[in-house]
Unconditional design. Structure first.
Length: 294
C-alpha cells in the first residue's frame, strides 16, 4: 500500500502574518534617504509622493525645475506641476523670490523633511525690502550703459509670453498635437512661443492638417529635451512652401470677331467692319493704278 502524501507545510513561519506584506529588511550603510512616514504614507496622489521622495534623494544644488523633473519621470508637465503645488500647499516645498545685488529676481527652492520644522537648517525668512524712492526706481529700471548684471546661481526669471495675444488657430493646432503623440504636451508659455511660427505657416497657405503631419512625422523614441524645443526646430528649419498662384479671372475677354462682308468685286466673303473689297481685289486695283501711272 502506497504512503499517503500531504500538501500541508511542515512548519509555519514563526511570527509571519497570514496576509499582507512581509518586509525583508536590509541594513543600508550608504546610498539611502531618510523619509518621514507622514510623507511616505501621505494620502492622495502617488505622483506627489514620488516627486517628494525623488527631491529628497537629490544632493543640494540639483535642479528641481519642472523641465528637469519631466526628464526623469514619465509623467507630463501637468502632473509634475500639480505635484509641486500640492507639496507647496502642504508645507514641504517653498519657493522664494529673492532680489540679487544686480537687481534681477531669481527663484530659490527649499524642501523640508518635516513641514513647519524650525530646525537649524531652515533658512531664515528674508525681510521684505522697502519700496524704492522714485529716483532710486529710475536708476534700478534704467542701468548705466555698458554694465552687465552678473548671473546668479539659479536662472533669473524671464517675461512669460502672453497666450491671450497668440493666434487662436495656431494655439489650437499646437494643443491638438498631444492627440497624435501623448508626449507633445505644451505649457502655456511654450504654446505662446511657438504660436507665431505656426501663424506664419497658416498665412503661407499651409492647412492645420499639414502642419500637424509635419510636426508629428518620424518623432524620436525619446526626447533629450522638452518637446517644445524639437517642435521649434522643425518650424524654424523647414522652409516655407511657395505662395499659391493668383486665381484666374472668372471671365476671360475674347477678341472681337468681325462680321462677314461680301466683296463688291468678286463677291467673295471676307471679314471686315464695313462692306467693300476683299484683300485680293484691293491689291488688284492698287496694281492697276500703279501701271496706269507709269
Amino acid at each position: 500500500m502506497a504512503d499517503s502524501q500531504s500538501n500541508a507545510r511542515l512548519r509555519a513561519d514563526a511570527g509571519a502574518p497570514t496576509s499582507g506584506v512581509i518586509h525583508v529588511r536590509t541594513r543600508l550603510t550608504a546610498d539611502f534617504t531618510v523619509i518621514s512616514n507622514a510623507l511616505a504614507q501621505r494620502r492622495g496622489s502617488a505622483v506627489t509622493v514620488g516627486v517628494a521622495v525623488y527631491i529628497l534623494s537629490l544632493p543640494t544644488g540639483a535642479p528641481v525645475t519642472i523641465a528637469a523633473l519631466c526628464e526623469h519621470f514619465s509623467e507630463g508637465e501637468i502632473l509634475i506641476s500639480r505635484a509641486l503645488r500640492e507639496l507647496e500647499a502642504a508645507g514641504y516645498l517653498e519657493r522664494r523670490r529673492e532680489r540679487m545685488p544686480s537687481g534681477q529676481i531669481r527663484t530659490r527652492t527649499y524642501f523640508y523633511d518635516v513641514p513647519g520644522d524650525d530646525g537649524p537648517d531652515r533658512p531664515p525668512t528674508p525681510p521684505t525690502p522697502p519700496l524704492p524712492r522714485p529716483r532710486e526706481r529710475e536708476r534700478e529700471v534704467a542701468p548705466s550703459p555698458g554694465s552687465t548684471p552678473a548671473p546668479g546661481p539659479e536662472e533669473a526669471e524671464s517675461p512669460v509670453p502672453a497666450l491671450a495675444d497668440a493666434d487662436p488657430e495656431a494655439v489650437a493646432v499646437l494643443s491638438a498635437l498631444r492627440r497624435v503623440d501623448a508626449r507633445l504636451v505644451l505649457s502655456a508659455r511654450e504654446a505662446a512661443c511657438l504660436a507665431p511660427a505656426v501663424t506664419e505657416w497658416l498665412a503661407a497657405g499651409v492647412g492645420a492638417h499639414e502642419i500637424t503631419e509635419l510636426l508629428t512625422v518620424r518623432l524620436p523614441d525619446r526626447f533629450r529635451a522638452r518637446p517644445a524645443s524639437f517642435l521649434a526646430f522643425r518650424l524654424r528649419e523647414t522652409p516655407l512652401p511657395m505662395p499659391p498662384p493668383p486665381p484666374l479671372p472668372l471671365t476671360v475677354e475674347r477678341p472681337t470677331v468681325l462680321p462677314f462682308q461680301t466683296c463688291d468685286g468678286c463677291e467673295r466673303a471676307f471679314r471686315a467692319e464695313e462692306p467693300g473689297h476683299c484683300r485680293s481685289c484691293r491689291e488688284h486695283h492698287v496694281g492697276e493704278r500703279l501701271r496706269a501711272a507709269c
